[in-house]
Design a protein around this ligand. Structure first.
Ligand SMILES: C[S@@+](CC[C@H](N)C(=O)[O-])C[C@H]1O[C@@H](n2cnc3c(N)ncnc32)[C@H](O)[C@@H]1O
Length: 219
């Protein structure tokens, strides 16, 4: 599941993960991060998520990273946003008011680029990745986030033998393995979610739990 897989998914418009509404867990739980209005917030692997817009509406300066130019262009065009795109060395940066999307591989991000980030929203980023990449992803995120940044994280639990990812099953124990060394992990919600994802039923699932976590740095 390398970046070519995702670039091809966007090219073929196979983007079943994209939500046509703001994520309900984001609007329900974001306040628990206590991120100040003007602060910068970060969405890793952001796709063309409408959550970028909701966070901007809350007064935040929003930063996303996404590998696919199709996703980024779609985001600005479909939402009728005025935007510009420029290069900083080899990095393409897409900008609208209080909203920036870096077109790059997440693993190229540096701490310097996330210096001001106060909150992170991870929806369909960690769970988009197979286990080996999840470990690399969490390690990199921990390396580049400052100690003030909290994370709102959504994950799925299901029997991985019944359905191939993405999205992958990421159980609570794994969240603790990935983040427990640096974050206090609070489970905010655990709910049966299969009815909200009917396509997963047709892919073989008879049980799906969605969990929402708040990760607060301990150091
Ligand atoms: C499952 S989608 C989720 C998108 C978005 N978070 C949402 O909720 O709609 C995963 C996204 O991550 C992007 N992606 C995958 N690997 C990436 C990487 N290494 N660097 C940057 N973007 C990546 C893909 O192009 C895709 O848009």
């Amino acid at each position: 599941m390398n970046t070519d897989y995702w670039l091809e998914s966007w090219k073929q418009n196979k983007i079943g993960f994209h939500q046509h509404e703001i994520n309900g867990h984001l609007s329900s739980f974001w306040k628990q991060l206590n991120a100040e209005d003007q602060s910068q917030v970060f969405l890793p692997l952001c796709g063309k998520s409408l959550d970028l817009l909701w966070l901007r509406q809350q007064g935040h300066h929003v930063l996303g990273i996404e590998i696919s130019a199709i996703a980024i262009l779609d985001f600005f065009v479909e939402n009728n946003l005025t935007f510009n795109s420029r290069y900083q060395n080899d990095l393409q940066i897409w900008e609208s008011e209080h909203l920036t999307i870096l077109q790059d591989d997440f693993f190229n991000l540096t701490a310097h680029q996330l210096l001001d980030v106060a909150g992170v929203f991870d929806r369909a980023a960690l769970v988009a990745l197979p286990i080996s990449l999840r470990q690399k992803y969490a390690q990199h995120l921990k390396n580049i986030l400052s100690e003030k940044a909290k994370i709102l994280l959504i994950a799925f639990e299901y029997d991985q033998s019944k359905m191939d990812g993405p999205p992958f099953a990421v159980h609570e124990a794994e969240i603790h393995e990935l983040y427990g060394d640096r974050y206090e992990i609070k489970l905010l919600l655990s709910q049966d979610a299969l009815d909200n994802y009917p396509s997963f039923r047709s892919r073989g699932l008879s049980c799906l739990t969605e969990k929402v976590y708040l990760l607060t740095p301990t150091i």
